[in-house]
Design a protein around this ligand. Sequence first.
Ligand code: F6R
Length: 238
Amino acid sequence: MKIYVTKNKDEMNQKAAELMLERIRKNPSTTLGLATGGTPEATYEYLVEDFQKQGTSYEHITTYNLDEYVGLSKDNPNSYHAYMQEHLFQHINIPLENTHIPNGLAEDLDTECDRYDTHIHGHGGIDLQLLGIGENGHIGFNEPGTSFGSRTHVVELAESTREANARFFDSIEAVPTHAITMGIQTILKAREIMLLISGERKRDALHRLLHGGISEDFPASALKDHPNLTVITDEDAL
Ligand code: F6R
């Protein structure tokens, strides 16, 4: 595990964007795994800024998002489809057909999960997976207790996760109860993983990641066995 400690959230995001851009410039056909949420918003801002100033091209980049809520349409502003459009895709030259996000409106959600996992595999897997972390150690929406052998699947969101995400919705009742998420095994197959951890609220999670054992009670601990993991944290989370 490689760790970078940055002064604040902005520097953390800048560092993440810098490392992502290094990979993209080295391999313009990189396959990226992407996360949503509050943590990586400014990472995407830095990528957009670089695109506007340096013109780094995304023409041959492919992306797979970690997760999507069940029951929200693509144009619902709280869907992760809308998040990715707003924060990244509409600002860069990535062909939309190269971007993949689970379909939370699929009629048969289990078939959609299989399709998603098979698609990632068929494409040759993910080169670099960007991750945030939940206060309870979730990665993607893999809540404590999820099998480390899990593939993309439907999850019932933990109450604490719905409460944490309620800030993006009008009320907690509006937060979906279920989501589709890449499984832990799906995430671990990425050739490189970059985990961003920011803020006081994530202190326990970071401490447990660094000093605790590996257990399904704490999903992020699965990452400790990954051969190419970079953690970028800010001082508030330390
Ligand atoms: C988002 C995701 C989640 C978030 C985590 C932290 O795609 O999969 O695991 O990374 O819930 O969320 P924030 O960044 O909002 O604290």
